[in-house]
Design a protein around this ligand. Structure first.
Ligand SMILES: Nc1nc2c(ncn2[C@@H]2O[C@H](COP(=O)(O)OP(=O)(O)O)[C@@H](O)[C@H]2O)c(=O)[nH]1
Ligand SMILES: [Mg+2]
Length: 192
């Protein structure tokens, strides 16, 4: 089974862990399997998703770069109640493009997530702003609530669909792509 690797990125406190826990565990902010893996089906096809919840390391830029290199898809989370977190995902997006495009990636799978949609009275970012950004980046935009479980599965299904689309595009261009990717992975060494 194809294992997809995706990273959940965004400022501290926007709900990255809450979204990951909600997806993996179905609960709100309770302990979950630290490997952050979930097998599920998208469009009746099974897949295994490995989710890197970039917990508490947002500020260390070099580590962030390493997470970007390690991941194939990106869930960029901001809080609908905190405008500066919306600006932050734009910086992360720029870093992703800087690192991923030279690797020959045409289009990097990205989902923009505006979290805490349940806090309607505290909203600082309008839906149209998220939608506009998604149009510009040619990706999807979802407003979620990890707390009341709104749109969480949809986010992860969307990233899997984008990753699969990229797989089939790469296969069309280079039928041996998948094998080469595996070989490269097994040689890699990460020093922390
Ligand atoms: N109201 C509300 N609070 C949330 C939601 N998601 C996360 N939180 C709260 O936001 C805080 C930070 O969440 P956390 O998942 O630790 O953020 P992280 O730093 O991005 O991993 C916690 O107090 C959560 O309870 C949500 O969808 N709605
Ligand atoms: Mg966290």
């Amino acid at each position: 089974m194809r294992v997809f690797q995706c990273a959940v990125m965004g400022s501290g406190g926007v709900g990255k862990s809450a979204i990951t826990v909600r997806f993996i565990n179905g609960s709100y902010l309770e302990w979950y399997d630290p490997t952050n893996r979930k097998q599920f089906s998208v469009d009746a096809q099974p897949c295994l998703l490995e989710i890197l919840d970039t917990a508490g390391i947002d500020q260390y830029l070099t580590l962030n770069d390493m997470f970007i290199r390690e991941s194939e898809g990106f869930i960029l989370v901001f809080s609908l109640c905190q405008r500066d977190t919306f600006e932050e995902i734009i910086r992360t997006y720029d870093a992703i493009q800087r690192i991923k495009l030279p690797e020959g990636n045409q289009r990097v799978p990205i989902v923009i997530v505006g979290n805490k949609s349940d806090l309607v009275d505290e909203r600082e970012v309008d839906s149209t702003e998220g939608e506009k950004l998604a149009l510009e980046w040619q990706c999807s935009y979802y407003e979620t609530s990890a707390r009341i479980s709104t749109n969480i599965t949809a986010v992860f299904e969307n990233i899997v669909r984008q990753l699969r689309r990229n797989d089939s595009l790469k296969k069309e261009r280079d039928p041996n792509h998948h094998n080469r990717r595996k070989r490269m992975k097994s040689k890699k060494c990460v020093i922390l």
